[in-house]
Design a protein around this ligand. Structure first.
Ligand SMILES: [Zn+2]
Length: 250
């Protein structure tokens, strides 16, 4: 038995069906047993990557077709060159063609020459999708970078699309953005409140805080009771570190 998955494109509300580039994937089950029920993880990853690449390529083609004429006078823009643009997504790296075009003569003046425009760069200002960045940040918050990378590669067709160093860089960028957001929020506080709540101590080099919930396993009256342990450590520039802890139960 073979399951043949084919891509077909339907334009707008038209009933006309445009044939795709062919068969996307063929899933074969040579015998009639149920030893391999449904798709395997590897087959699912491969199928997702192919469908995604097909869809994204078609989207880019259609969008680029609307960018080949001047927005002001409608004249066709001359083709200069063609490069490749790579986009990192949750379903892997996709490479699409990115044409370089000469700007329209109506946009230039006697002093300014025609310039080269890259239409795709206007639409894809970033080379990584927000969904992929979200997944990387979410799982790197729960797991070491390498384990987060391996987990995402195991369930998604990411192969060489992500790396533990890339996730680390992403987390550092995110941390800097959060710091900037906090600084901006502090700057917008009323001056008296800001002065009162933001007290910087030049002797503290670093503060780390961690928290965990523990459940009492002893049989008896306290079975199931939860205890929250909060531990903090302040490192000073001019003295030994100081540790603090706090326990609360419920
Ligand atoms: Zn023009």
């Amino acid at each position: 038995m073979r399951l043949i998955i084919e891509a077909r494109l339907v334009d707008g509300d038209s009933d006309t069906v445009e044939e795709g580039d062919g068969i996307l994937s063929v899933v074969e089950r040579p015998d009639c047993s149920l030893a391999d029920p449904g798709l395997s993880l590897a087959e699912g990853r491969s199928l997702l990557a192919k469908v995604h690449t097909e869809l994204l390529s078609k989207q880019v083609q259609r969008w680029l077709a609307s960018q080949t004429h001047c927005e002001s006078c409608g004249a066709a823009l001359r083709h200069k060159d063609s490069r490749s643009t790579m986009l990192r997504t949750v379903y892997g790296k996709v490479t699409v063609k990115s044409p370089w075009l000469w700007s329209c003569a109506c946009q230039g003046t006697a002093r300014t020459e025609q310039r080269v425009v890259h239409p795709l760069s206007k639409a894809l200002t970033r080379r990584v999708t927000p969904e992929l960045e979200y997944l990387q940040a979410k799982w790197a918050a729960h797991l070491p970078y390498r384990q987060a990378t391996n987990m995402l590669k195991e369930v998604l067709p990411l192969d060489k699309g992500i790396s533990s160093s890339g996730i680390r860089d992403r987390i550092l960028d995110l941390g800097e953005q959060l710091d900037a957001d906090i600084e901006r929020d502090i700057a917008h506080l009323p001056q008296s409140v800001a002065d009162e709540q933001v007290r910087e101590c030049c002797h503290v080099a670093a503060v780390s805080v961690d928290s965990a919930w523990l459940r009492n396993c002893d049989p008896g009256r306290d079975h199931g009771r939860h205890v929250n342990i909060v531990v903090g450590r302040a490192t000073f520039t001019d003295g030994p570190p100081n540790c603090m802890h706090m326990c609360t139960g419920k």
